[in-house]
Design a protein around this ligand. Structure first.
Ligand code: AMP
Length: 282
């Protein structure tokens, strides 16, 4: 597997692949790879001839009080994992390579509305940081297909919308969420949890499943949401939200809506902030 650090080198390789008629698949990540990330690479492998993964801890998507400095960086292990899962090239640029004019003075890509609710409301500027870096990465890698995890559902909607609006000829594919045996969605940030907290954090998935069950039984949304918050609090977490939204734009469902909904949860537990979701259609 090739490891590429510069934008110029990435472009040169992409040029050669394109000349050879290869279909390019792309998996952007922030590294510290786990089985969830690697399942995205496997999915890309099925849809493309050449697979590129990126590892870039993107400063623009972290708030001033967030974990940019302490975010786990494990490039050697990431390289080995990607090579073992059939990745053809790892793109691991430095910050200067991605933000030649600096983060504050660089061009920003903003995706209105969908970026403003839930995670966007709690993490101002987060999705502009995501949309900006994904646009730059798409521009460098020129993929035919890019794979994103459903775990970061709002991010997936932001990227889809951005891709459509900028008329980028890229298929955005959603990959299912990989979970630990207690239902906890795999995440680099699970490392911030003690083993006892990791066990307790299984409450997120249990709460999501209970929300789905109650939704399918026709219970009113407000009652479902307040039950979920109570369950999360009883397990010693602080819920930022536990909510049911329309899956297409994350707006509040009409009381008569019975399909196309999603339950989303964000909690704080110990040093970690964790998010997860579950589509509610039977
Ligand atoms: P990150 O490194 O956290 O930015 O994630 C990179 C990609 O992996 C994103 O598209 C995530 O949605 C996806 N991802 C993260 N965790 C999981 C998981 N548990 N299962 C599947 N995909 C995931």
């Amino acid at each position: 597997m090739d490891v590429v650090h510069s934008a110029a080198d990435m472009r040169a390789r992409v040029c050669a692949w394109r000349r050879a008629g290869a279909r390019i698949g792309f998996v952007p990540t922030m590294g510290n790879l786990h089985a969830g990330h690697l399942s995205l690479v496997e999915l890309a492998r099925k849809r493309a001839d050449t697979v590129v993964a990126s590892v870039f801890v993107n400063p623009a998507q972290f708030g001033p009080n967030e974990d940019f400095a302490s975010y786990p960086r494990t490039l050697d292990a990431d390289r080995a994992g990607l090579a073992a899962h059939g990745c053809d090239a790892l793109f691991a640029p430095g910050v200067d390579e991605m933000y030649p004019f600096g983060v504050a003075e660089g061009v920003r890509v903003d995706v209105p509305k969908i970026s403003e609710v839930l995670e966007g409301e709690l993490r101002p500027g987060h999705f502009a940081g995501v949309a900006t870096v994904v646009t730059k990465l798409f521009n460098l890698v020129q993929p035919d297909v890019a794979v994103f995890g459903q775990k970061d559902y709002q991010q997936l909607l932001v990227v889809r919308r951005m891709t459509m609006d900028l008329r980028l000829p890229i298929d955005i594919i959603a990959a299912p969420t990989r979970r630990e045996s207690n239902g906890l969605a795999m995440s680099s940030r699970n490392q911030y949890l003690s083993s006892e907290e990791r066990e307790r954090a299984g409450v997120i998935y249990r709460a999501l499943c209970a929300m789905r069950e109650q939704w399918n039984a026709g219970r009113p949304i407000a009652a479902i949401e307040s039950d979920a918050r109570a369950v999360l609090e009883a397990a010693g977490s602080i819920p930022d939200y536990a909510t049911i939204r329309r899956a297409d734009d994350l707006s509040a469902p009409y009381p008569s809506d019975r399909c196309g909904a999603i339950a989303l949860i964000a909690i704080r537990m110990g040093r970690a902030r964790l998010i997860d979701n579950l589509l509610l259609d039977p």
